[in-house]
Ligand binder design. Structure first.
Ligand SMILES: [Zn+2]
Length: 72
């Protein structure tokens, strides 16, 4: 009877750990899904701002801020 109760207790512990691991994986996936979205937004916004703000001068080839008066 002692060994039977031990097996039941071990099975219960395994189930609890398994369920806890599943929950942990869910939270991990949620946090991973949220993080790439933030990095994608940053990656998308950075080249746009660089392309909009920086302009290459056709005469001297120097990249200068768009709108600012550039003198070669
Ligand atoms: Zn120039």
């Amino acid at each position: 009877m002692l060994s039977f109760s031990k097996i039941i207790f071990t099975a219960l512990v395994i189930v609890v750990v398994w369920q806890g691991f599943k929950l942990f994986n869910r939270f991990k996936q949620v946090s991973e899904n949220e993080q790439p979205k933030q990095t994608r937004h940053k990656k998308k916004s950075q080249p746009k701002t660089v392309a909009q703000e920086m302009e290459k001068c056709p005469e001297c080839g120097v990249y200068h801020a768009e709108g600012n008066a550039h003198r070669c």
